[in-house]
Design a protein around this ligand. Structure first.
Ligand code: AMP
Length: 426
């Protein structure tokens, strides 16, 4: 079986690695892929902003299954275009992907379906923002409606700052494109948790939970990034809490989307804040998370391809999804300067010794190959992911392997999993 993976980050590298372990898979093609993915797959160029180009690629490659990594092609309707032409593809349709591509749609949907989320107002003018923020106590969260690659959420310490931020979103000064709608939202306090499920449009099966570290600095300080590390353990979510989240959040989401004639097939990622009044949805994503996927897939024991095909065919209840007990952890190495500007093209060394550490896989995010040399080509360069019987063991292995890797200006956080470790030592 030939599988095509659309995307070029650590998430797609982990997907390619998991898919290539399936005995049913004979060939993996990644488009466009990256320097590291070339080790497990054939990489071919494609523009992920161009649905016609992706269809042309499918016509040339004739994949038996396509998996979509990032949100942009989903929001442009790549699943609709492939399905119309008879290509099997894993991911939600354009309409269903609005859970991620429009924050205003997601908030209104949660309200209609009584899914717990922060109080909010949707505003289309500066005047509406001015009126709405009187009802919220600072800090106030201001969100761009559309996809913004992690830059569309601004936590505003004062009402004045919230007004200016909304103005910057409407004018396009803040994100480069002008927003028609802005979400003003109540600030929630608590620990964040990523709860990912597979859905076949009717049923929901949770993946193991994961917690990521979004801030660049140790102790969760400094600006937000795409994710500097993540860990997953069996203990991080009590079975009763898992049941609660399933019954009050994940299942009503999938049921509601089906009732509203936009069935959701794919990975439903619920970004949750575990608040004093229970879990609340911060955001939905309509695809696997990055770097959560790296840590989650390292714990998957059963066949990923079987599970994804069962979603497409509406028979998720027929497959068994098995997970390794214990833990996994992923540490991300970034370029000096990230999330601001950074240099690229720097040679990367030590990868083969890192990969020899037991229980370790190195998944690449921003790398490319020049001749035989791997070089940096992005802000987040690569992630070292390890499994272990305990979180401590997984982290030790990941850090041991990371110590082998080097490139100029390489940076990584030394405190991934620190909160969970503190808890387990209590
Ligand atoms: P989102 O893209 O909506 O998940 O937002 C990105 C990040 O902003 C989240 O992971 C949170 O850290 C933070 N955030 C979003 N909404 C809120 C909120 N209502 N209260 C507090 N923090 C938030």
């Amino acid at each position: 079986m030939k599988v095509l993976i659309l995307g070029s980050g650590g998430r797609e590298h982990a997907l390619a690695w998991a898919v290539s372990r399936s005995p049913r898979v004979t060939e993996v093609v990644c488009a466009p892929g990256n320097g590291g993915m070339a080790q497990v797959a054939r990489c071919v160029p494609v523009d992920l902003k161009d649905v016609t180009a992706m269809v042309r690629l499918a016509e040339a490659e004739q994949p038996e299954l396509t998996i979509v990594g990032p949100e942009l092609p989903l929001s442009l309707g790549v699943v609709d275009a492939f399905t119309e032409r008879g290509y099997r593809i894993f991911g939600p349709t354009r309409e269903a992907a609005r859970l991620e591509s429009s924050k205003a749609f997601a908030k209104q949907f949660m309200k209609r379906q009584q899914i717990p989320t922060a109080n909010y107002a949707i505003c289309t003018t500066a005047k509406e923002v001015e009126e709405s923020i009187k009802l919220f106590h600072p800090p106030i969260v201001v969100k761009a409606d559309g996809l913004a690659a992690g830059k569309g959420v601004i936590i505003c310490p004062t009402r004045h700052f919230a007004e200016e931020t909304a103005q910057g979103l409407f004018s396009g000064d803040l994100l480069g494109t002008a927003e028609f709608q802005v979400v003003v939202e109540e600030f929630l306090e608590g620990e964040e948790l990523s709860f990912l499920c597979l859905s076949d449009g009717t049923r929901v099966v949770p993946l193991v939970p994961a917690q990521d570290h979004k801030r660049i600095g140790e102790g969760d300080t400094g600006p937000n990034t795409g994710g500097m590390g993540v860990y997953s353990t069996s203990e991080m979510l009590e079975p009763t809490m898992t049941e609660w989240i399933l019954h009050h959040i994940a299942e009503p989401t999938v049921r509601g989307m089906s009732q509203e004639n936009t069935p959701f097939v794919g990975v439903l990622y619920c970004g949750l804040m575990m608040t004093a009044r229970g879990p609340q949805v911060l955001e939905y994503n309509a695809r696997f998370g990055d770097p959560e996927t790296q840590a989650i897939l390292m714990r998957l024991e059963s066949d990923l391809v079987d599970a994804l095909e069962a979603c497409i065919d509406g028979r998720l209840s027929e497959v068994e999804i098995r997970w390794a007990s214990g833990a996994s952890a992923c540490i991300v190495a970034s370029s000096s300067g990230y999330p601001g500007s950074y240099k690229t093209g720097l040679p990367i060394g030590g990868l083969s010794s890192a990969a020899q550490t037991p229980g370790v896989e190195v998944f690449h995010s921003g790398t490319s190959r020049i001749g035989n040399q791997l070089v940096t080509s992005g802000g987040r360069v690569l992630g070292v992911t390890a499994t272990g019987e305990s979180l401590e063991q997984a982290l030790d292995r990941a850090y041991e392997a990371m110590a082998q890797v080097h490139f100029d200006g390489m940076y990584y956080r030394h405190d991934i999993g620190h909160r969970a470790l503190k808890q387990s030592r209590k």
